[in-house]
Write a protein of this length. Structure first.
Length: 257
């Protein structure tokens, strides 16, 4: 019975990823922790490799449509790859199966989920408010800030599996206002593939991957992504994002409690 629930959960999250482009780590990790009682470290590690598979499919679609800016992906990776390795080294110094580690990961995840929800709801307002100020940045400053963003995202994703979706896209649109939104999203998804793969490999080394769970989640999510992509144009993007943000706030507060 638990296998069917895992597959169903994978389908549901995959459907939301296909329809909105966000919600993978934001939903899957807390779902595993709160609904299935998976240890937070194992939930994060397993979700990272789950994200690698789902983001790879998204990258193929965007690459075929030529909506990936590989130079932007490279800048993000310059910051995120070293940050991921450093974060794994730090995590290796702690007992991730301890009650303290469980509490710290849950609190960090809860806080990141609430911030993600805010970016989902207020992303456009944030961009409108700071667009003029950031447009005055020169090319060197923009590149440095993009690398810094990659660094922050690398730490967040490695510790919580969340951060490369709504947060990353909103800040990238701020830093690169002349780039089409679709190209920013495609670049963010492409960057998530090596990031989650490296972070997932690190968690594999730390022993926080449940391979049986991962396989069941993928069985459900891959058709879910396809189905979600097919109905994406028929749903109100604003309505879906508000609904998703509301769920993230509730889940985030639950993890913080």
């Amino acid at each position: 019975m638990s296998g069917i629930l895992y597959i169903g959960s994978g389908f549901m999250v995959g459907f939301l990823v296909g329809m909105t482009g966000v919600g993978g780590g934001s939903l899957m990790t807390p779902l595993l922790i709160l609904l299935f009682g998976v240890h937070p470290a194992t939930a994060v590690g397993t979700d990272l490799l789950y994200a690698t598979s789902t983001k790879s499919m998204g990258t193929l679609v965007h690459a075929a449509a030529r909506t990936v800016d590989w130079a932007l992906v490279g800048l993000l990776a310059v910051g995120s790859m070293p940050a991921t390795i450093a974060t794994i080294i730090v995590l290796s110094q702690f007992d991730l199966q301890s009650a303290l580690a469980q509490r710290v990961i849950s609190l960090t995840l809860g806080a990141v989920l609430v911030v993600t929800a805010v970016f989902l709801i207020l992303g456009r307002n944030i961009r409108d408010r700071y667009a003029d100020r950031l447009q005055s940045l020169d090319l060197r400053q923009t590149r440095l800030l993009t690398i810094l963003l990659g660094l922050v995202v690398g730490v967040l994703v490695t510790t919580t599996s969340v951060g490369a979706g709504a947060i990353g896209v909103t800040l990238l649109l701020l830093l690169h206002p002349k780039m089409p939104a679709g190209r920013v999203v495609g670049s963010d998804i492409a960057h998530a593939v090596p990031l989650t793969l490296l972070a997932g490999a690190g968690h594999w080394y730390l022993g926080s991957i449940n391979w049986a769970l991962l396989s069941m989640l993928l069985i459900g999510s891959l058709p879910g992504i396809v189905f979600g992509s097919l109905v994406a144009t028929r749903a109100s993007d604003a309505l879906v994002r508000v609904a998703l943000a509301s769920v993230l706030i509730v889940v985030g507060i639950r993890l913080l409690g």
